[in-house]
Design a protein around this ligand. Structure first.
Ligand code: BES
Ligand code: ZN
Ligand code: MN
Length: 503
């Protein structure tokens, strides 16, 4: 795919399949209004008649006139302009671009409405990133195993951004290069998350990490079963006991900063399939548990992008990967295992496996000298009940690191709502027989997941992101969120490293 900026001249002078302009609830955006004359007032007429309403994600395609170089004009609805942020702009362009692909309009000219940079989007580079990544991630295809694929729409292969004023053009090329890299990373996470567990086992996830990092400045280390035994990683090994597939601890390092500088650890849950283990899940919907390595995929792809951007700081990605299966050797409720840092865990519910493997992930990150930890996991169904698919949950022990993550999310088009870690929640994980138990009952189930993981952060500044709702949007009632895997929060993690390096 090619992405370029053409700043000189009007958007109407650039050829392509479709010139994409915007509308808001009941009003045309600046570029659409400017184009209306060349369209003999057609857009205004359609707005008056109600054919264009400017609703979020609505796409209206009209034939271009001779005064317009592109073949079609596509009006993309952004809804209420006062509530726009990078997340909403990103999603609107994804929803619009999916419709354009289905209409076989794949060479796109995106007209920039610079006034949108003054909304919660923040600035012009953030606006361009949201528009361009949002557009490109519409290329995600789920049906990679179809033998004779007549149905899938052609890919968007050319994007030109147009209509940025001369004086505003500084930094635009950089923003577009960032947008392409972030889109490629997002597409990779989407692909891995939607891949079935028999073609993406822990071993194959580790090979993917190696392939991805080959020829880059990154170092990859994969700790196999024997290595995990030697390291005392009883938590990851315990969950892996029920599966015939060997586990792997995948470690990817970017040494971009000073030798003795801070080390940001990104720890991602890498459960390549979560059957629940002996505490087995119901059959209905269990196939979605192939995506339970979404946190791990985001971490691996983020570290790759961080290296590609040559971000001047030290980052380590740690992904404890295994299946969670109910084989004959599986952990049974009540079993006690010992994590790498010596903490004993009573496994009351084998379906609360994510926090258990993360225990060893965090312990390893600390052993490697992490100074800050961010963990990312599709951890609880409860977070979907609380926040749906439009926001992930964030829990933290450090307001400074939280601020950085939230700023990264704002600039990268993600959403995190902070949940409290009041001391009252601590008691739910007390065990009679071990240091902690892995299940705290049905109440505050997302928070008790955070409370458990915090025990392994060793007092370091730590942020926990529960992405069970945002990594994959099932046909939900929230129509403004594109369906399928989102790739979240890979863009936030990349941006976090950038902000971290400047902090
Ligand atoms: N992988 C699941 C969480 C999940 C649910 C992710 C739905 C994506 C969509 C996790 O391992 C799990 O099973 N969590 C349990 C925790 C409980 C036993 C404390 C849950 O949410 O029911
Ligand atoms: Zn799980
Ligand atoms: Mn589970």
């Amino acid at each position: 795919m090619s992405v370029a900026m053409r700043g000189d001249g009007a958007p109407s002078e650039i050829g392509g399949d479709a010139l994409v302009v915007t509308a808001f609830s009941g009003e045309l955006g600046a570029a659409a209004a400017a184009l209306d004359r060349a369209l003999d007032g057609e857009l205004t007429a359609m707005l008056t008649s109600g054919e264009i309403r400017g609703r979020f994600g609505e796409l209206t395609v009209v034939r271009a006139t001779a005064a317009i170089a592109a073949r079609r004009v596509a009006v993309l609805g952004l809804g209420d302009r006062t509530v726009l942020d990078s997340y909403r702009v990103h999603n609107a362009y994804t929803l619009g671009a999916r419709q354009l692909r289905r209409r076989r309009l794949t060479r796109l000219v995106l007209a920039v409405d610079a006034t949108l940079a003054e909304t919660a989007v923040g600035d012009l580079p953030a606006l361009l990133r949201a528009m361009v990544t949002g557009t490109l991630v519409a290329n995600h295809e789920a049906g990679v195993f179809k033998t004779d694929d007549q149905e899938s729409a052609p890919l968007i292969d050319d994007v030109v951004v147009a209509g940025v004023d001369g004086d505003a053009r500084d930094g635009v090329d950089g923003a577009l290069a960032d947008a392409v890299l972030l889109a490629e990373s997002t597409l990779r996470v989407q692909r891995w998350v939607s891949e079935p567990s028999n073609s993406l086992t822990p071993t194959l996830l580790a090979s993917r990490a190696k392939e991805l990092c080959a020829g880059t400045s990154l170092t990859v280390e994969v700790i196999d079963r024997a290595g995990l035994e030697a390291a005392g990683a009883g938590a990851l090994l315990g969950i892996a006991q029920g599966s015939d597939e060997p586990p792997a601890m995948i470690v990817v390092r970017h040494d971009g900063g000073a030798h003795d500088g801070p080390l940001l650890a990104l720890v991602g849950k890498g459960i390549t399939f979560d059957s629940g283990g002996i505490s087995i899940k119901p059959a209905l919907g269990m196939e979605t548990m192939k995506g339970d390595m979404g946190g791990g995929a985001a971490v691996l792809c983020a570290v790759h992008a961080i290296a590609a951007l040559e971000v001047p700081c030290n980052v380590v990605g740690v992904v404890p990967a295994t299946e969670n299966m109910p084989g004959g050797g599986a952990l049974k409720p009540g079993d006690v295992i010992r994590a790498m840092d010596g903490t004993t865990i009573e496994v009351v519910n084998t379906d609360a496996e994510g926090r258990v493997v993360l225990a060893d992930g965090l312990a390893l990150a600390r052993r490697m000298g992490a100074t800050h930890i961010v963990d990312v996991a599709t951890l609880t169904g409860a977070v979907i009940i609380a926040l749906g698919h439009a926001s992930a949950a964030l829990m933290s022990t450090d307001s400074g690191l939280t601020r950085l993550v939230q700023r990264a999310a704002r600039e990268a088009g993600d959403r995190f709502a902070e949940l409290p870690l009041h001391p009252e929640y601590d008691s739910c994980l007390r065990s009679e027989v071990a240091d902690v138990r892995n299940w705290g009952g049905r109440e505050a189930a997302t928070i008790s997941g955070g409370v458990f993981i915090r025990a392994f952060a060793g007092g370091l500044p730590w942020v926990h992101l529960d992405i069970a709702g945002t990594a994959w949007n099932e046909q939900s009632s929230l129509k403004d969120v594109p369906s399928g895997p989102s790739g979240a929060p890979v863009r936030t993690l990349v941006w976090l490293a950038r902000l971290f390096s400047r902090d």
